[in-house]
Design a protein around this ligand. Structure first.
Ligand code: 9D3
Length: 254
């Protein structure tokens, strides 16, 4: 996977992505991350890449020409016209499914805006996908690009070790993970659940699935609509829901 990030702040993305797992994958040649400084494509003598919005209003708008020229130069260099993902609060909200779909591309361009955004004509000309990372306000598209690159990269074969790779599948169950414990057996009077010390693998498996279901019901009930549960597990979920209702009834009597 080759990432190309069009930005006014190349060092911000490069510094953030050349560490840890992603950095190692770059060293192994599984990924490449290139930051293109949009400012390098200005034709103005003072190096301006932005100007006041036509029609008035606050702030500055990034001009179309440097953005489009940066993309065209990239296309010429690599001999193809890859997808351009524009980081914008107006985009579709990024999720694991979108990450999986994007992970099959050979090249991806991330276009990061700053100020009040980018001249609409540049977007019309080059953008293929409008993507957001959620409904909150940031100062620019660099962090969203880094979030998406981190997420997509761990889906590229060889980036994770084999143990972690196996777990990619299990996220797909739409259940949250079960709680984890390590030594000591007793911490501040709190014991590790007995079943985990039993060595009884079948019971441990059942307990962990039940904990996942319980936790998902408590913290992310919206996920359960898409979860794949066995008949037995659906019964367990119904039992939990009945208990939830009872507890609600009790708390409302107070
Ligand atoms: C400054 C104008 N704002 C009107 C309230 C709109 C706005 C534009 C650009 C607000 C923030 C930004 C900068 N954010 C991003 O570029 C961005 C973003 C985000 O803020 N939240 C979630 N996902 C994304 S992707 C890009």
């Amino acid at each position: 996977m080759n990432y190309h990030i069009l930005t006014l702040f190349p060092e911000m993305v490069l510094d953030g992505l050349n560490t840890s797992i992603i950095g190692r994958a770059v060293d192994k040649g599984l990924l490449s991350i290139e930051a293109v400084n949009i400012r390098d494509y200005t034709k103005e003598k003072h190096g301006h890449v932005d100007d006041a919005p036509y029609g008035g209003g606050a702030g500055m708008v990034m001009q179309a020409a440097p953005v489009c020229d940066a993309y065209e130069d990239l296309c010429r260099k690599i001999g193809k016209r890859p997808r351009v993902l524009y980081m914008t609060p107006q985009g579709r909200v990024f999720n694991q499914k979108i990450a999986e779909e994007l992970s099959s591309e050979e090249d991806l361009v991330f276009l990061c805006g700053h100020y009040e955004g980018i001249d609409e004509r540049a977007l019309e000309r080059i953008v293929t996908d409008y993507l957001s990372i959620g409904d909150y306000v940031l100062t620019g598209g660099e962090l969203p690009a880094m979030v998406m690159i981190d997420c997509i990269s761990r889906l590229v074969p060889g980036v994770l070790n084999n143990d972690d790779s196996a777990e990619i599948e299990s996220f797909h169950d739409n259940l949250l993970e079960y709680p984890q414990y390590t030594r000591p057996e007793v911490y501040e009077g709190m014991r590790v659940p007995e079943v985990l010390l039993s060595g009884h693998h079948k019971n441990i498996e059942t307990w962990r699935r039940q904990q996942s279901i319980k936790r998902t019901l408590e913290r992310r009930p919206d996920l359960l609509a898409e979860a794949n549960l066995t008949k037995r597990e659906q019964q367990y979920l119904e039992e939990l829901r009945r208990e939830q209702k009872k507890e609600l009834a009790i708390s409302e009597e107070l």
